[in-house]
Ligand binder design. Structure first.
Ligand code: ARG
Length: 569
């Protein structure tokens, strides 16, 4: 099934060819201002620039050749030479009927499926997940869901930070200050407490600093006692992470922490040195990038002069392993913008090593508190993901009981969970990922505005129409569009099929969130203008199809964002 923009683009290209013009200039997009039409093309303007001629004349010669039968009224030439298309009622009706009978709601699968490996979430052991990990977790999960739905293959790999200098402190703390009871209750908090205790002792006590460093060296050289402690901390942390992933309904295919690559680091460095890709400079093994101006004076160190390896070394070994094991077409790293330089260097090094795979950094900005500074707790610490999710659920519960619609307690609890978690996920996914956003509980849990509760509520209200209708909507009922509000809703619904694939163009889930928000608004205008249950049987059946398609699209689209709809709220 082709989308309106695909069909119109095809027709426009045929007309360009027939008029002796460059076909590749023809693409038809959703109109920016729907007062002038549903779709628009700027081909005449682009071609006029290239030919130094009059755009309206070129537009007229395109009009002369274009065949829009079965889809659009004769296009209109507007402004500087735009071609405006208005879909015909017949096209809209039959396309909607096809959509109503299609579980994919018209969304095509990719012509050329790719294999993605997505590196996301990737929290660090013995440290709480912080808001940066929240963004990575939610964004990565959404990109994974969208890619799979579009027919791509996805390997979700959680690159846990389970090997690093923090373990010197944690092991020292474990040996001197461990509170077993606290560990059993909340492992991550206890590990973080150990880390912080040792960190602050180190500031005044050189001997603690020395001993913590010795614990790290012992761990790295395979000391059995330290290895056992390390292993336990990793297992305990992973168990806590898993609880969060279960709550968020996120699953990984692979979970290879940094430690997994440990044995590969020394041979990798030797190999890169032998191949002349890395060179020793002031005792450290470095990769230089003279071929890339931006990196000309920014080499990356892969082995320090004391023999220690770095974040970059592990990441290079990880690419080698991933390429050999999974043969992905692309590896996506969903990691905050502050690591941009690291990934530029990493990708340049991978290229020099001849690793054949497209590597992309899917960067994102920060989450700010209401004071517009990086979000922290009152005592200045990073906010844990678990705390954010729990608070969201508590607040959603309070909102639900304030609304006074009394659901049975079990359903009320489940609904609070769907609303709270949905609100946090949507706050993330409705933003342009590169901008910093302000985290405001009141805004993200509001039932009005571009929020998850607003969209979930729109879905719920449609369900209540079906309950009142006392018979389910019939997707095979003919759709007739007479009121302008019905027509506007029809056009919007058909654009779902154009919106979902566009998410992967630049990995921007906010395109989908914004679409769903516009869909809900368009639906509300329709609902205000067009009575459903009180109209004549034919009209009622047709309008119920529109309601059904809106509800299914909202629920499906939210599902791609990792958000579920309650049936009542
Ligand atoms: N654990 C890292 C951090 O918290 C993120 C890892 C991202 N993935 C990677 N392959 N470098 O900053």
């Amino acid at each position: 099934m082709s989308t309106p923009s695909e069909v119109l683009t095809q027709r426009l290209r045929e007309a360009l060819a027939a008029a002796g013009l460059d076909q590749t200039r023809g693409s038809v997009m959703q109109a920016t201002d729907t007062r002038f039409g549903d779709y628009q093309a700027n081909a005449a303007m682009v071609l006029a620039k290239e030919h130094k001629s009059n755009p309206r004349q070129i537009a007229a010669s395109i009009l002369d050749k274009i065949d829009v039968s079965g889809i659009s009224a004769t296009p209109e030439i507007a402004g500087a030479g735009f071609l405006n298309f208005r879909l015909t009622p017949e096209f809209l009706s039959s396309a909607l009927s096809r959509m109503a009978n299609d579980p994919r709601l018209g969304v095509p699968t990719a012509d050329a499926p790719r294999k993605f490996l997505i590196d996301f979430s990737s929290p660090n052991v013995a440290k709480p997940m912080h808001v940066g990990h929240i963004r990575s977790t939610i964004l990565g999960d959404c990109i994974m869901r969208v890619a799979r739905f579009l027919g791509h293959e996805v390997v979700a790999d959680n690159h846990i930070g389970d090997w690093g200098t923090q373990f010197g402190k944690v092991i020292y703390g474990w040996k001197h200050f461990l509170d077993r009871e606290a560990l059993a209750k909340d492992a991550i908090s206890e590990l973080v407490r150990l880390y912080r205790t040792v960190n602050s002792l180190e500031e005044t006590d050189e001997s603690v600093k020395r001993e913590a460093r010795e614990e790290l060296v012992k761990l790295q050289s395979g000391d059995p006692e330290n290895l056992a402690i390390w292993k336990e901390t990793v297992e305990l942390s992973w168990r806590e992470f898993e609880k969060l992933y279960a709550l968020l309904d996120i699953r990984f295919d692979e979970r290879l922490g940094e430690s997994f690559y440990n044995d590969a680091l020394a041979p990798l460095c030797d190999d890169l040195e032998k191949r002349g890709i890395a060179t020793v400079s002031e005792g450290a093994l470095c990769i230089f990038f003279p071929q890339i101006p931006a990196l000309a004076d920014k080499p990356t160190i892969i082995r320090k002069s004391d023999g220690g390896f770095l974040y970059a070394t592990t990441d290079l070994a990880t690419i080698v392993h991933r390429v050999e094991t999974w043969h992905p077409d692309e590896i996506l790293y969903v990691v905050g913008a502050p690591q941009a330089l690291h990934f530029q260097q990493l990708f340049a090094a991978a290229e020099m090593m001849g690793l054949h795979c497209t590597l992309r950094h899917i960067a994102f900005g920060s989450i700010l508190g209401e004071n517009r500074k990086i979000m922290k707790t009152r005592s200045g610490e990073n906010i844990g993901l678990a705390d954010v999710l729990n608070e969201a659920i508590v607040r959603a519960r309070a909102i639900l009981s304030d609304r006074g619609d009394h659901l049975p307690p079990k359903e009320q609890e489940e609904t609070a969970r769907l609303i709270g978690l949905g609100a946090v996920k949507y706050a993330e996914l409705s933003q342009n990922r590169l901008t910093d956003y302000v985290f405001s509980w009141d805004k993200l849990l509001a039932f009005e505005g571009n929020t998850a509760p607003y969209l979930q509520n729109a879905y719920v209200r449609i369900q209540s129409i079906f309950r009142k209708a006392e018979c389910p909507p019939d997707p095979s009922a003919p759709v007739t569009l007479t009121d302008p509000a019905e027509r506007a809703l029809a056009v919007k619904l058909l654009q779902y099929a154009e919106t979902v694939p566009a998410i992967l163009d630049d990995f921007r889930p906010n395109l989908l969130a914004n679409y769903l928000y516009e869909l809900a608004n368009t639906y509300h205008s329709f609902y205000e203008a067009c009575p459903v249950l009180k109209s004549e049987p034919d009209v009622r059946a047709s309008r119920l199809v529109l309601c059904d398609l809106t509800a299914r699209t909202l629920s499906h689209g939210l599902g791609l964002l990792g958000i579920r709809c309650p049936s009542r709220m």
